[in-house]
Design a protein around this ligand. Structure first.
Ligand code: PEP
Length: 253
């Protein structure tokens, strides 16, 4: 049953904090605030330059917020999956809406990045979700379906076992806005994601997939998504920059 899987909480620090000293302090507050739970995986995704100094322990693992699809070469400013691994990352957020919006990242690029991550043993956290305009036009299912299918194009089910691949449903209109979908809406999105995965692969792969919710998660609403919407985890942006708030979310599990 998907709900009984180990829960995963991912902190996406985005382009914050402004210095490594602040990052260290934030990490200290998080570490001292969280109670241990065997049924939980915490992944911190700081700005990539902080990764080598972050020293993961049994309580948390590290992720990168983006990778490039080639392993090496003349790609100024990019970070490859092998470099991300060497920096200490075991997870990679791929296809975040901020990158799709500000950097024109396409579904095709997302697909190439997922392949690069899987090839290099980085666990992709694929972000998908609709804009407010698309939601208002009743296009949520269409968007989820096309983003998910494109992202997984020419990727076999053996490459995406449940321990190595995550999907985060992140409605763009909920990111950083304080607005959130209802638990029913999130549950419907997750059901659709499982249906698509079952169609692409099989029922078992779909059942085993961990699906996360992301978008204005706080200590107040986190349980609604975990318990009522039955999500397997959360992707937390803004609230992960407040160490005690992030610990509060983690301690709900
Ligand atoms: C995100 O950027 O992935 C995110 C979920 O942000 P926030 O929690 O701030 O909405």
């Amino acid at each position: 049953m998907p709900n009984q899987k180990q829960k995963i909480i991912i902190a996406n620090w985005k382009m914050n904090p402004a210095s490594f000293i602040e990052a260290e302090n934030l990490l200290k507050t998080i570490k001292s605030g969280i109670k241990k739970s065997d049924n939980l995986k915490i992944v911190i995704c700081p700005p990539a330059v902080y990764l080598p100094k972050m020293k993961p322990n049994s309580n948390f693992d590290l992720g990168i917020q983006n990778i490039f699809w080639e392993d090496k070469g003349a790609y100024t400013g990019e970070i490859s999956a092998p470099i991300a691994k060497k920096l200490g990352a075991n997870y990679a957020i791929i296809g975040h809406s901020e990158r799709r919006i500000y950097l024109n990242e396409t579904d095709e690029m997302v697909n190439k990045k997922i392949k690069a991550a899987l090839k290099n043993n980085l666990k992709p956290i694929l972000c998908i979700g609709e804009t407010l305009e698309e939601k208002n036009q009743d296009k949520t299912s269409e968007i989820i379906s096309s983003q998910l299918k494109s992202a997984l194009k020419n990727i076999s089910k053996f490459q995406v076992p449940s321990s190595k691949f995550y999907v985060a449903y992140e409605p763009i209109w909920a990111i950083g806005t304080g607005e959130t979908p209802t638990s029913n809406e999130v549950m419907s999105a997750a059901l659709l994601i499982r249906k698509i995965i079952a169609g692409l692969y099989d029922r078992q792969t779909a059942d085993n997939l961990s699906i996360l919710y992301g978008g204005s998660v706080t200590g107040k609403n986190a349980l609604d998504f975990l318990d009522n919407a039955g999500m397997n985890g959360l992707l937390v942006g803004g609230a992960s920059l407040n160490g005690s708030e992030f610990a509060r979310i983690v301690n709900l599990i």
